[in-house]
Write a protein that binds this ligand. Structure first.
Ligand code: MG
Length: 386
C-alpha cells in the first residue's frame, strides 16, 4: 500500500527573518530541508516524496533533491500553506492511499513517529502527531489595553499539534477542497476538521521541534552538536635552549641552566596549547593570529596569547573540555613544577586544574632534544560547543 510523503517547504519564514529561507539553513552540514526529506526517503513505509519549494529553490534545486534514492517530485509552493500542500497533492501518484504531510522546519522527526502516523491515518482516516502540555494553560483576553487571564483551561484536554499529519487520500482531497476558498489554516488537520472529519491523535515527540525563530535554530544546532564528542586539536612546538634565558613553561618560570630562545618568553607549553585550541576551532595557527612581526604581540607573554586563543574559541561558540600536554626536555626534572604549571594553565584556559594534564618526558639522550639543545611540547585540546 503506497504511502506518499509531502514535505511542506514552500514558506519564506516570516517569523524567522534572514536572507534565505530557514529550511535552507544547515545543522551539522545538512539543511533542515534535507534532514526532513531524508527522514522520509529512508523510511521503509514511504514509497515516494513530493516537496513543495519556494520558486527560487525550485529553479535550482540542491543535489540531494535531484538525485534522491526514491521517486521525488518537486512542485512550487503556493501563497498559503494549504495551496503548497494542494500543489504537492496533485503531484502525488494516484495509487498512494495514505498521504503524510510534514513541515520541513521539523528536521528531527523519528522513524517511529512516521510509522505511528501512517498506521493511525490508515485506520482512522486522519491522524496527527501531538504532544501534551506540562505548563498550566490560560486563555487570555484584552482588558484595559493589557492582557489578562480569562480562564484556566484543563491542560489534560490540550495538545500541541506537530507534523507529520496523515490522511487517507479521499480525506485529504476533501480537506484541501474545503481549504481552497477558506482562510489560511496553520495545518492540514484544521482543514479536515472543517470538512467534518474526526482527526485522531498519536503520541508526538518532544524532540520533534519546529524551528520557527533564530533562537530555535540556535538551540537545535547546539543540541545536535552536543550529541557529538566535540572538537579536538593538536599542537606542537620546539625551541632551542640557550644559556642566559629564563625557562618559562605554562607561564611558570622553572629554575634551569638554560632557557628557550625565541621572541618574548618562548614558552613551548603555551605555544603548543595555543595551536591545539586554534586547531580544534579550525582557526589556523598561532603564527597567523599572533605574528611576532606585529608589534602588539612582539613582547606579549605566551600565557596572554593562550588566553586570547581561548577568547577566540569562546567567540566561536566553544568551551574548553580538557587539555593534555607533554613536555620533552632532558633537564631539569619538572616534577616539582607540574602542579604550578597546571594551575597557571587552568587559570588562562578558564577551567579547573583537574582538566589540565601536564606530563614531562626526556628524549633518552637521542637527537637535539636528548642532547639538551632544545625543548619540545605536544598538546591536545578537546573543545565542546557551548
Ligand atoms: Mg614557539
Amino acid at each position: 500500500m503506497p504511502v506518499t510523503a509531502i514535505i511542506a517547504a514552500g514558506g519564506h519564514g516570516q517569523r524567522f527573518g534572514g536572507a534565505q529561507p530557514k529550511q535552507l539553513l544547515a545543522i551539522d552540514g545538512r539543511t533542515l530541508l534535507q534532514r526532513s526529506v531524508d527522514a522520509f526517503l529512508s523510511h521503509a513505509s514511504i514509497t515516494d516524496v513530493v516537496v513543495a519549494l519556494p520558486a527560487a529553490v525550485l529553479a535550482d534545486p540542491p543535489a540531494y533533491l535531484r538525485s534522491a534514492r526514491k521517486p521525488l517530485r518537486m512542485v512550487a509552493g503556493g501563497a498559503r500553506r494549504q495551496d503548497s500542500v494542494a500543489n504537492a497533492f496533485r503531484a502525488a501518484p494516484p495509487e498512494s492511499d495514505v498521504i503524510l504531510i510534514h513541515d520541513a522546519a521539523r528536521p528531527f522527526v523519528s522513524a517511529d513517529l512516521i510509522e505511528r502516523t501512517i498506521e493511525a491515518a490508515r485506520s482512522h482516516g486522519a491522524a496527527i502527531a501531538a504532544v501534551g502540555v506540562h505548563d498550566t494553560v490560560k486563555r487570555v483576553a484584552a482588558w484595559n489595553n493589557s492582557r489578562v487571564v480569562a480562564e484556566t483551561l484543563p491542560r489534560e484536554s490540550i495538545v500541541l499539534a506537530q507534523t507529520p499529519q496523515g490522511f487517507q487520500r479521499e480525506v485529504l482531497a476533501a480537506a484541501l477542497a474545503a481549504g481552497e476558498g477558506s482562510t489560511e489554516a496553520t495545518d492540514e488537520a484544521a482543514l479536515a476538521e472543517r470538512a467534518g472529519y474526526v482527526v485522531h491523535v498519536v503520541a508526538g515527540e518532544p524532540a520533534n521541534i519546529k524551528i520557527t525563530t533564530p533562537q530555535d535554530f540556535d538551540v537545535a544546532r547546539r543540541s545536535a552538536d552536543r550529541t557529538r564528542t566535540g572538537r579536538v586539536g593538536t599542537g606542537y612546538d620546539l625551541h632551542r635552549l640557550v644559556e642566559g634565558r629564563a625557562l618559562v613553561l605554562g607561564g611558570v618560570v622553572v629554575p634551569a641552566g638554560k632557557g628557550a630562545l625565541g621572541h618574548s618568553d618562548a614558552d613551548v607549553v603555551c605555544h603548543a596549547l595555543t595551536d591545539a585550541i586554534l586547531g580544534a576551532v579550525g582557526l589556523d595557527d598561532i603564527g597567523t593570529h599572533f605574528p611576532d612581526t606585529d608589534s602588539r604581540w612582539k613582547d606579549a607573554r605566551s600565557l596572554d596569547l593562550l588566553e586570547r586563543a581561548v577568547a577566540l574559541a569562546v567567540e566561536g561558540g566553544f568551551e574548553i573540555g580538557n587539555v593534555d600536554v607533554t613536555v620533552v626536555l632532558e633537564a631539569p626534572k619538572l616534577r616539582a613544577h607540574i602542579e604550578a604549571i597546571r594551575a597557571s594553565l587552568g587559570s588562562a584556559l578558564g577551567i579547573g586544574a583537574e582538566r589540565v594534564s601536564v606530563k614531562a618526558k626526556t628524549n633518552e639522550g637521542v637527537d637535539a632534544v636528548g642532547r639538551g639543545e632544545a625543548i619540545a611540547a605536544h598538546a591536545v585540546a578537546l573543545l565542546r560547543h557551548r
